[in-house]
Design a protein. Structure first.
Length: 255
């Protein structure tokens, strides 16, 4: 796929630079001042301001200056929980990696996908290579399944209406009746497993992290090669990941 034209990328970069000129001390700025700071023509800056105002990222004040708009504050509100989640999760994740010696991951649910927002890699030579930002079908991961299992029934129904099953391995669930049965089991026991459902040779166990209202906002998991996860080891990992998820919850809620 061809890349975007350089002028288009430049426009995006300039818009980002413009937004970052606003701060606690510079809450309102005018066209001329922004043009001077950015080294751009006033007509170019005026067009960017108008576009950003249309998108509610900026708003124009009565004196003709601009300030950050409601959309920026909405975006900030959506980021803040993840910042708090990072701070609450990292010590527990480090402890979990230490006691298990395996890869530890934190994920959130996006539609029918599990998105990894934090990750600590195993110190072993044979590891589970992935990265933060990786998206996997939620039905194939322990994090995704435990988060789906925590959804209210009507919300789960709505997501399954648009579900297109994916089958990265022969062990992946592609049948809705089977999936619903598994999710009921997960909801009852409080943790989920992934037995080579997202990648052959890899297993994981995961537990949900709840906020102060009891809503599952993320899931913690331990992932390892099959060769290192016999029955006893896997059961031990279940207890460890459930305990670590509880530690994160207490740090988030201030218990």
């Amino acid at each position: 796929m061809a890349g975007r034209p350089s002028w288009e990328l430049g426009s995006v970069r300039n818009a980002a630079r413009l937004l970052k000129e606003f701060s606690f001390t510079d809450r309102e700025l005018g066209v001329a001042e922004l043009a001077r700071r950015l080294g751009l023509g006033t007509s170019t800056v005026h067009r960017m301001l108008a576009t950003l105002a249309d998108e509610r990222l900026l708003e124009r004040g009565p004196s003709g200056t601009y300030r950050l708009g409601l959309a920026v504050h909405e975006l900030g509100a959506s980021v803040a929980p993840h910042v708090g989640l990072h701070e609450a999760a990292m010590p527990a994740m480090a402890g979990l990696r230490h006691v298990t010696g395996e890869t530890v991951q934190l994920a959130v649910l996006d539609g029918m996908h599990s998105v990894y927002v934090e990750r600590l890699e195993s110190p072993h030579t044979v590891r589970i290579f992935s990265r933060v930002g990786t998206r996997l079908p939620a039905t194939t991961t322990s994090t995704g399944k435990v988060l789906l299992a925590a959804l209210p029934a009507d919300e789960l129904d709505a997501r399954l209406v648009a579900w297109t099953p994916e089958r990265p391995t022969p062990h992946s669930i592609t049948d809705e009746a089977t999936l619903r049965r598994r999710l009921r089991e997960i909801a009852e026991r409080g943790w989920a497993d992934n037995r080579e459902e997202s990648r052959l040779g890899v297993v994981s166990v995961g537990a949900a992290v709840h906020d102060e209202h009891g809503a599952a906002i993320a899931a913690l998991s331990v992932a390892a090669p099959v060769a290192r996860t016999g029955g006893t080891t896997l059961r031990r990992h279940v207890a460890q990941v459930v305990e670590a998820a509880g530690v994160i919850e207490r740090r988030l809620t201030g218990w």
